[in-house]
Design a binder for this molecule. Structure first.
Ligand code: NAP
Length: 233
């Protein structure tokens, strides 16, 4: 998938220790770079660390080192806390990620699946403001409140499961918007996120879908179509 994706123009790869695929991603990235088509700095690699509730800071530092080793890279572009633990554990893990930033092992740090109150707590002790919040988002979960909060704190949002994990691909409303642009329902859902300033990370194992999902940068949805999608909640 990494070979196909980079071949058709993707630069952002989203992985996680919990997906058990960092090693395979690292191997594929190494091969792609060896082909000479892309350099490491052309790619944006995001990975995620799962908080461990005891010795959280030390365990997180070990987790960062292990991720770099598996990904076969000297740095990752973005590392996220995969899901929140208690506020105390979140702060300890965050402090480890801050240390890894100062050691240039990570360029940016962020969180995933955090609610507003959990980010508020983190901000009390954080030296670095999270660069990114990755949450589930698609037309049936627009996350408007989180977007407003992120804008206020200069945090970017990434939508995971932007196609509703595949469940919205046959939605009649989304399909009919797509028809009027000669685009698929998948392209409509991804374009909607891009047009409202949200990063979308669709997943596909099929090359033709990978091509379809990146075909979102040279056309736009009308204001009315954006409103219809916004209001699907
Ligand atoms: N932070 C977190 O806790 C978290 C949680 C879940 C996911 N994620 C991230 O978000 C990524 C995407 O989420 P997701 O996999 O849950 O959902 P998704 O991207 O919304 O949907 C993936 C599903 O849609 C299908 N699909 C993709 N493009 C298509 C197209 N153009 N036409 C028809 N079907 C298409 C895929 O099938 P095929 O594979 O057969 O193409 C797959 O079944 C994951 O890979 C992961 O990196 C993060």
């Amino acid at each position: 998938m990494v070979h196909d994706a980079t071949d058709v123009g993707y630069k952002h790869i989203d992985t996680a220790s919990a997906y058990l695929n960092e090693k395979a991603v690292g191997q594929a990235v190494t091969e792609v770079i060896a082909k000479g088509v892309l350099k490491r700095e052309d790619l944006f690699i995001t990975t995620k660390i799962m908080p461990v509730d005891t010795d959280s800071k030390a365990e997180a530092l070990k987790g960062v080192a292990l991720a770099l080793e598996k990904l076969n890279t000297t740095y990752v572009d973005l590392m996220l806390i995969h899901r929140p633990s208690t506020d105390a554990v979140n702060s300890e893990v965050w402090s480890a990620l801050e240390e890894a930033v100062s050691e240039k092992h990570i360029k940016s740090i962020g969180v995933s699946n955090f609610q507003i109150s959990q980010i508020d707590s983190l901000l009390k002790s954080a030296k670095i403001i999270p660069a990114m919040l990755q949450v589930e988002s698609h037309p049936q979960q627009n996350q408007d409140q989180l977007i407003e909060y992120c804008n206020k704190h200069d945090i970017r949002m990434t939508a995971y499961s932007p196609l509703g994990a595949g469940t919205l691909l046959k939605d009649a409303t989304i399909g009919s918007i797509g028809k009027s642009h000669n685009k698929s329902a998948a392209s409509v859902m991804i374009r909607w996120q891009v047009q409202r300033g949200v990063v979308a990370i669709p997943k596909s194992t099929k090359r033709n879908y990978l091509i379809e999902n990146i075909d979102v940068f040279d056309w736009s949805l009308t204001d009315n179509e954006m409103k219809v999608l916004d209001e699907m909640k």
